[in-house]
Design a protein around this ligand. Sequence first.
Ligand code: G2I
Length: 457
Amino acid sequence: MRLTSKSVALIPIIATVVTAAIGATLIAPPAASAATTLGAAAQQSGRYFGTAVAAGRLGDSTYVGILNREFDMVTAENEMKMDATEPQQGRFSYGNADRIVNQARTQGKRIRGHALAWHSQQPGWMQSMSGSALRNAMLNHVTQVATYYRGKIYAWDVVNEAFADGSSGGRRDSNLQRTGNDWIEAAFRAARAADPGAKLCYNDYNTDDWSHAKTQGVYRMVQDFKSRGVPIDCVGFQSHFNAQSPVPSNYQTTLQNFANLGVDVQITELDIEGSGSSQASNYDRVTRACLAVARCTGITVWGIRDTDSWRASGTPLLFDGNGNKKAAYTSVLNALNSADPGTTTTTTTTTTTTTTSNDPGPGGCTASVSLNQWNGGFVATIKVTAGSSALSGWRVTTTLSNGTVTGSWSASGSGTSGTINWSNVDYNGNVPAGQSTEFGFQGSGSGAGLNPSCTAS
Ligand code: G2I
């Protein structure tokens, strides 16, 4: 048979990459030449290393020197919060946030947005609102700010600190919570619509210990969101540690269990009070916990020098007040340098990425799967990519021979095993030419052999 260019284009190209190994702990060899900055060291395993930045310190040359040298991700410490960006209702103010964004972007750094909706640091006008007026004001805020920064934000903390401390495992009481329990998912949907390219995170503190009621409450919310297709991509663990709130022994378990729901996990506001070798060893543990979880995509510390910290007296950061590297800095750098480039040192899960490509041409689409498999269960994340023209709807077919779907998000499936047809939901059917959207499902048994194929509908 003569292969025409058309028939060549239709031959599927299947590439399978196994990105993590099962079994005994991998002791990865050190990178060929160790990186000398935190950002470069994190990049060796595809992660980032970021810091909170205060606009008011951008005139301090020691501060900016360390920022430019060491970090590849930036979070505005206060400047993107609701009180800063909408000081009067409907009048938005981005001056200080833009100073941080522009500084980061001119240095090639990415940006985490913090935070679109929060019970705290609300502008005065919002603090006194309630009911549907508050709900609408909150949604308008999310839409306006996420739209203003569309395309510039790697991940947004869409909702911050919405769960209660203590043993209830429930929501924190706040004016936003009193607008209805669905306020969080409403915020996520508004953020997705405003900036479809940003990862959308739920961010909280005291969620590091797997046995805590608050951790379990957040876990159940993320599980529920995933099962109902609420657009959530990541969970941020603030990780403010001190003697009263030490690094828990099950920290890595917590990160892994959330990741197994099919979200990225990020350490978003790390600081650990203390000094010397005990502080250094705590930083080492936190860093290695992230490195051991394939979907822990990066770490952000909450400030640069101890004197920049919101709790400066606890000397919780990686640089001292003079900008010198502390023992904690060295332990983080060494831990990052010990990561096996391109792989992760997880002990229990295998992540496989299979790309099936058959050059869809105009009107077509392709699908690829990233499979996170562990003993007895799996999470599959499927990426749908439009061909050379935009999609207004899509359908993906998968084969599940030895597993059963227990929950899915961002698509509706025709069944739970065997051949399953997945269709887009209302908010992700439109995919611009060459762009992608993701959906996923979790299941029991094996997710092997899914072999997704995509058609436009
Ligand atoms: O509290 C630590 C962090 C907990 N998670 C959410 C983060 O957004 C939070 O950051 C801190 C900032 O580091 C502080 O800098 O959030 C505080 C407010 O909740 C920030 O403190 C505020 C002071 O309360 C204000 O009086 C001050 O004007 O910082 C402002 C700017 O310096």
